[in-house]
Design a protein around this ligand. Structure first.
Ligand SMILES: *Cc1c(COP(=O)(O)O)cnc(C)c1O
Length: 367
């Protein structure tokens, strides 16, 4: 059934925008440098400036960004990495694939990692904390930086959902030794295919990442360490460069929608909060309700597509159940209540009001 309000529509319906993308693609086809073309370097340059970091390294997915970031710090077997229990499985996969042990921490009611739960999980094997800025809201970075400083741990940010989000004047991805982004088509700043990027201030790490993203080679010949081929396509970089100029407008629109939802829904469900000094980007607008499943079916019957991101905590996944270490009682409760309702730049105010109206009807007995 085609829903009246889809969760996300990835078609490029605007003719002008489609033309701009075609023009960008055409340029690449003409110069022919399909890998490592000038658009890749230009994108890296602009992202590094935008994040306030010295270097950016384009890669072919957010998953690769995380995996290569961990590898660049020589994290592997025998090490432990503490991360949140609620994220897309890519976060846990990246850690697992390095051979390091994943330690799952609990979350706060705002869905981000709870710094208080981290300290109890630190051992002498702990090397890094990998916080995820979930839904486009930056974690409590002042608390996390304090803990990392106290125990000498690296912070690697999974900022996949939070490109351009702010926390007291600082950008997502700029707090840790490394910041990782996915730029896949679902993200707020999105390619027309798989893409990702890593940012850092450290020259040595940057140089290591340049080798690690291409089979661990230097000068394209000598292999210094086994790795994968994780380079970013020039075509995707060209599209991303084009779309970079639209990011601010997209985020502003999402923020306006979120504000309106907050106003219309705050007495019915738990709505996302924005604290002083935060600029959340609303990769998802996630509400919490004890009646989540019934609400989801009701909204579907109204023509509103919603998503549960995610129905399973990472430590509850079959892939991680047997090795799961950690303590996450709050996450176990919250995962039953979360629901993402449509919140994107293609929606009109009428769409937003319709979704809110349907939620109101549900709580008022379907009237
Ligand atoms: C999207 C996402 C990823 C993975 O990115 P891909 O580009 O799909 O590999 C990792 N972590 C989080 C939090 C994400 O939302």
């Amino acid at each position: 059934m085609k829903q009246k309000i889809p969760f996300l529509n990835l078609r490029v319906e605007n003719t002008k925008k489609r033309k701009e993308i075609s023009t960008a693609i055409n340029k690449v086809l003409v110069h022919g440098r399909l890998i490592n073309g000038p658009e890749v370097q230009e994108l890296e340059r602009r992202i590094s400036i935008r994040c306030g970091k010295r270097y950016a390294i384009g890669v072919n997915s957010g998953t690769d960004a995380l995996f290569l970031a961990l590898k660049s710090l020589h994290i592997g077997a025998g090490d432990e990495v503490i991360t949140t229990s609620l994220s897309w499985v890519a976060t846990a996969n990246a850690i697992a694939l390095t051979g390091a042990k994943i330690i799952f921490a609990d979350i706060r009611d705002d869905l981000n990692i709870n710094p208080v739960s981290i300290e109890k999980l630190i051992t002498r094997r702990t090397k890094a904390i990998l916080p995820v800025h979930y839904t486009g809201k930056i974690c409590d970075m002042s608390a996390l930086l304090k803990i990392a400083g106290k125990y000498g741990l690296f912070i690697i940010e999974d900022a996949s959902q939070a490109f351009d989000a702010l926390y007291h004047g600082r950008k997502a991805g700029s707090f840790g030794i490394l910041g990782c982004f996915s730029l896949n088509p679902m993200k707020v700043f999105a390619a027309c295919g798989e893409a990702g990027i890593i940012v850092t201030d450290r020259k040595d790490i940057y140089e290591r990442l340049m080798a690690l993203r291409y089979n661990g080679t230097v000068n394209k010949e000598l292999c210094i360490e086994p790795s994968l081929n994780g380079r970013l396509d020039t075509l995707q970089a060209a599209i991303l460069l084009k779309r970079l100029s639209e990011v601010n407008r997209i985020i502003d629109t999402r923020r306006r929608i979120a504000k309106r939802y907050n106003y219309l829904l705050k007495d019915l469900v738990r709505v996302p909060e924005e604290k002083e000094g935060e600029r959340n980007t609303y990769y998802t607008y996630t509400i919490q309700s004890a009646k989540r499943d019934a609400l989801k079916s009701f909204l579907w019957s109204c023509g509103v597509e919603t998503k549960i991101q995610h129905p399973y905590l990472m430590p509850q996944q079959p892939a991680f159940r047997h090795i799961s270490k950690g303590n996450f009682p709050n996450a176990k409760q919250i995962v039953k209540k979360i629901l993402c309702i449509p919140c994107n730049e293609k929606m009109t105010i009428r769409d937003v009001d319709y979704v809110a109206h349907c939620i109101r009807r549900f709580f008022n007995g379907g009237l």
